[in-house]
Ligand binder design. Structure first.
Ligand SMILES: Cc1cc2nc3c(=O)[nH]c(=O)nc-3n(C[C@H](O)[C@H](O)[C@H](O)COP(=O)(O)O)c2cc1C
Length: 208
């Protein structure tokens, strides 16, 4: 039987001081304990930033492989690596800050690489359809203010609804968010919020 695979996508450019990175590591420690045969694949978007979409990429994505220029082959080959990682995963963990009301550009660049016609979505008789089934996404979100959807800054949160929409578009509707919010609100509130987010991350990682 093949082992369960967790694709771990990390976003924050802060390698040491990042709250989302620390909480992701806590999630992974518990996930490893509850999945002894499990495999974690790390995709660090700060250490290996995905390219932005280029003209060569568009050529690679929307023309026949036999017609590709060398540039198109390179561009779409890099995308294929990321798509293959996603397809192989049973579960996806994303650790990300909120930047300017939404996802950081590095995460958007990764999404632009993995939303691919014919690979992660297609068109059928009823319209566009996601091709990914049976996967779930866990998202650990850090933010300076309280941007939880039900919180005081919820109306500014364009990360939550966007990620639900774009993963839904490729067929993944099982999303769970853990919010480490209000991290700029002062030491007492930060410590309390981090303890709650840590407990939620461990609980989620232990769930079957
Ligand atoms: C460029 C930038 C934009 C930010 N935008 C927001 C924002 O829109 N809302 C918010 O609550 N916090 C915002 N923050 C605060 C971060 O979300 C917060 O510091 C978070 O802890 C960063 O994640 P990290 O600790 O994993 O690096 C922003 C921070 C930076 C550097």
């Amino acid at each position: 039987m093949s082992s369960t695979k967790l694709l771990h996508v990390e976003v924050s450019p802060r390698l040491q001081r990042s709250h989302s990175r620390k909480l992701s590591q806590e999630f992974i420690a518990t996930w490893r304990a509850s999945h002894p045969q499990g495999q974690v694949i790390d995709r660090d978007l700060t250490l290996q930033p995905p390219s932005f979409i280029s003209e060569a990429w568009v050529e690679g994505a929307f023309t026949a492989a036999s017609d590709h220029s060398p540039e198109a082959r390179t561009a779409i080959g890099a995308s294929d690596v990321l798509v293959d990682e996603l397809l192989a995963a049973d579960e996806i963990l994303i650790g990300t800050p909120i930047y300017n009301l939404s996802i950081p550009a590095a995460l958007k660049a990764w999404i632009d690489q993995i939303v691919r016609f014919g690979r992660t979505f297609t068109r059928n008789e009823t319209g566009l359809a996601g091709l990914l089934t049976g996967k779930r996404v866990r998202i650990i979100v850090s933010s300076g203010s309280d941007f939880r959807p039900e919180g005081p800054g919820g109306a500014y949160n364009h990360l939550d609804s966007y990620l639900r929409a774009v993963f839904g578009f490729i067929g993944i509707t099982d999303l769970t968010f853990v919010y480490a919010h209000s991290l700029n609100a002062g030491d007492v509130e930060r410590e309390q919020v981090l303890a709650e987010a840590s407990a939620a991350a461990h609980k989620l990682a232990a769930a079957a």
